[in-house]
Design a protein around this ligand. Structure first.
Ligand code: GLO
Ligand code: MG
Length: 431
């Protein structure tokens, strides 16, 4: 035991507790025929909780963690503490980037050796604790070599470095039995068109992704490859802007049946959408994979990656996920970090426990809305006209016959209320 969290014991479900506990997240409770823990499939993000030093654009490190510093000893201690936290939280999964878990070496080979040593430690700890890997990923955006992109870098050596890095991370994810592999194109985009060959960059991005999919099949990785959309930040224009843009790129490269999406709440908002819009669109396109659950600061408009605390928003998100039949390989990753003044180890526990409770409340509200058919009955009634044989036949006909029917039957549509306020009132009864 590292003693980082003192003598804190695993949290339990106890609505009347004084100290840290779950007041809503009851892992074993059955909701819509499935245990809550199997609906939500929570994951802790290694980078925010254990690797992030607490900086902002005006100030550097605020956290003082005993494992900080680029050493293997630090990396081993970090792994120790991480698994202690997963157990305190009863978190079934975690997620990591290569750069979160190991010190950077002098060259690719040394970085890879460092990485693989920690992967072996993860393997042992995962079998001791039963904690699983929701997804692995590569950090292709922090180091200065990636400043002009990874797969879309004008320098082919950066493309090569990135390909070798993704291979290494996919191998590790496979070895650890990871359920997904995520690609977030952190710097796959551009700052100015004046120095950018957009056509070449998009082609290279497509080839890169096809190679990842080919390699996944070659090694027999059964998990899902996920792309995480984000419209901007760090680059001004990112190629994976939102669900619609990623889908059209996937179609262009013939990969829409191979790759799904990891949709992040904060990124949806940055793209000018609601989270539920992005989730519903992905569901309808058949590419809903997994979620990063966080929230941004609504006033500053930055990607502040805060822990979720808005039950009505979270409820509408899980509503769309439940309508999709729930997660398959995906889950709820807290891509969320503490505020930089939250220095204490207990802040990490409070943050996750609170977020898990918020998600549990959202899930329960969403499940009840579905169970009661509260919104769906209204939605069905609104589209009921499409159930008639004439309406169905029209979809198989053509403009000329439709025009004839409009004239012959004297069709003259009567507008009907969309009843938005009534529907909002219904939602409000559940959240
Ligand atoms: C940053 C992203 C990042 C990704 C991660 C997954 O805005 O949310 O944290 O989730 O790199 O690859
Ligand atoms: Mg994310």
């Amino acid at each position: 035991m590292s003693q980082f969290f003192g003598d804190m014991t695993p949290l339990t479900f106890n609505p009347d507790a004084d100290g840290p506990a779950f007041r809503h997240y009851n892992p074993e409770e059955v909701v819509l025929g499935k245990k809550m823990k199997d609906h939500l499939r929570f994951a802790v993000a290694y980078w925010h909780s254990f690797a992030w030093p607490g900086g902002d654009p005006f100030g550097g490190q605020t956290f003082d963690r005993p494992w900080f510093g680029e050493t293997m000893e630090g990396a081993r201690l970090k792994a120790e503490v991480a698994f202690e936290m997963f157990q305190i939280l009863g978190a079934p999964y975690f997620c990591f980037h290569d750069a979160d878990i190991r010190p950077e070496g002098a060259d690719f080979a040394e970085s890879r050796r460092n990485f693989e040593e920690i992967i072996d430690i993860f393997g042992e700890k995962m079998s001791q604790t039963g904690v699983g890997l929701l997804w692995g990923t590569a950090n292709l955006f922090s180091h200065r070599r990636f400043m002009s992109g990874a797969a879309t870098n004008p320098d082919p050596d950066v493309f090569a470095w990135s390909a070798a890095t993704v291979k290494t991370c996919l191998d590790a994810t496979h070895k650890l039995g990871g359920e997904n592999y995520v690609l977030w194109g952190g710097r796959e985009g551009y700052e100015t068109l004046l120095n950018t060959d957009m056509g070449a960059e998009l082609d290279h991005m497509g080839r890169f992704l096809s190679m990842v999919v080919d390699y996944k099949h070659k090694i027999g990785f059964k998990g899902t490859i996920l792309i995480e959309p984000k419209p901007q930040e760090p680059t001004k224009h990112q190629y994976d802007y939102d669900v619609a843009t990623v889908y059209s790129n996937l179609q262009r490269f013939g990969l829409e049946k191979e790759v799904k999406l990891n949709i992040e709440q904060g990124h949806a908002i940055l793209a000018g959408h609601s989270f539920e819009h992005e989730l519903a669109l992905a569901r309808e396109l058949g590419v809903l994979g997994s979620i990063d659950m966080n929230r941004n600061d609504y006033q500053s408009g930055w990607d502040t990656d805060q822990f979720p605390n808005n039950v009505p928003e979270v409820a509408l998100a899980y509503y769309e996920i439940l309508k999709a039949g729930g997660f398959e390989t995906g889950g709820t990753n807290f891509d969320s970090k503490l505020r930089r003044q939250s220095l204490d180890p207990s802040d990490l526990i409070e943050a996750h426990a609170g977020a898990m409770d918020v998600c549990a409340r959202g899930l329960k509200a969403a499940a009840k809305m579905l169970e009661d058919d509260a919104l769906e009955a209204e939605r069905r009634a609104r589209y009921a006209g499409w159930e008639t044989p004439e309406a169905q036949a029209m979809l198989g006909s053509d403009l000329e016959s439709i025009t004839e029917r409009v004239l012959a039957e004297g069709i003259n549509p009567e507008p009907r209320s969309g009843r938005q306020e009534k529907l909002e009132n219904i939602v409000n009864r559940y959240v």
